[in-house]
Design a binder for this molecule. Structure first.
Ligand code: F6P
Length: 319
């Protein structure tokens, strides 16, 4: 293999730039040329493909976002879109592709491989919801962003003796909510994987209040429903003054943590190694701090699970 491509796809995540840098440098180290595809799969269809040199990925390891831009692309889900993508890659003389993104992006990588184009997936999403890896690139940074925000909210919650509902990202996965809630000593954590009983939440708040607790933090993952609706309900049912903060896209930005930079560098370099070894249709991951790889189709048949022992612990610690 003498020429490979790299793209980022789906929601961006801090550390994607570090991954792009590692793909480019690792490949060039092995005398392989690298082309960057802009705007994810949309750029494959529109042929937005450009050569990347060592210097093009200098000074990006510490930057959030992705220098290759990203997109969610409906056209790529069609057979015609996928064939155009493969044709464009071949026209550029590209023989293999690294895709950095979440599970939706991995389905695209699988589709390309099924059309005979070797593709390797690198898990990048703040949601941490890709099966086959303990961590995805960007999760740790987003977690620290959330923790930082909650620490600040806690100050004002204490001063005003209020209840705060904080909505964090996570459409299908509660990892961000669970980890940040545990790290911040939240009274209640609501995640999509675990059904909740509003009466129990209300009772827990009132019990704390009767015990002299003057403020409370409730973390709601967006997949559970609207934080605003939930906050209104809590205020109605408890009579406690309640405010809501929806953290939103602030969670997707910012300079990646050391953990995410190292993770991105390791995973992306491993993806290049796999391509150069003739592998295709695989994803890389990290399990128990070891780099692993497995077929994407096998990984996507698994379901990402939150750590239920952590959920139980959060409940035990927030009595
Ligand atoms: O998949 C990452 C994620 O940040 C989710 O947590 C969130 O639901 C979604 O992307 C938001 O997507 P968009 O930026 O397209 O609104």
């Amino acid at each position: 293999m003498k020429r490979i491509g790299v793209l980022t796809s789906g929601g961006d995540s801090p550390g994607m730039n570090a991954a792009i840098r590692a793909v480019v440098r690792k490949a060039i180290f092995h005398d392989v040329e690298v082309y960057g595809v802009r705007y994810g799969y949309a750029g494959l269809i529109s042929n937005d493909i450009h050569k990347l040199e060592v210097g093009d990925v200098g000074d990006i390891i510490h930057r959030g976002g992705t220098m290759l831009y990203t997109a969610r692309c409906e056209e790529f889900k069609t057979p015609e879109g996928q064939q155009t993508a493969v044709d464009n890659l071949k026209k550029c003389g590209i023989e293999g592709l690294v895709v950095v993104g979440g599970d939706g992006s991995f389905r695209g990588a699988e589709a390309l491989t099924a059309r005979g184009f070797p593709t390797i997936g690198v898990p990048g999403t703040i949601d941490n919801d890709v099966p086959g890896t303990d961590y995805t690139i960007g999760f740790d940074t987003a977690l620290n962003t959330v923790i930082n925000a909650i620490d600040k909210i806690r100050d004002t919650a204490t001063s005003h003796e209020r209840t705060y509902v904080i909505e964090v990202m996570g459409r299908d996965a509660g990892d961000l909510a669970l980890w940040s809630g545990l790290a911040d000593g939240a009274e209640t954590i609501l995640i999509p994987e675990q059904p909740h009983d509003i009466h129990e939440v209300v009772e827990r708040l009132l019990r704390g209040h009767r015990r002299g607790k003057k403020h409370s933090i409730i973390i709601v993952a967006e997949g559970v429903g609207s934080g605003v609706d939930f906050g209104n309900k809590i205020q109605e049912e408890t009579g406690l003054e309640t405010r809501v903060t929806v953290l939103g896209h602030i969670q997707r930005g910012g300079s990646p943590t050391g953990f995410d930079r190292v993770l991105a560098s390791r995973l992306a370099a491993k993806a290049v190694e796999l391509l150069l070894a003739g592998e295709a249709g695989k994803m890389v991951g990290i399990v128990n701090n070891e780099l692993v790889d497995q077929p994407i189709d096998a990984a996507l048949k698994l379901k990402h699970e939150v750590d239920y022992t952590m959920y139980k612990l959060s409940q035990e610690l927030s009595i």
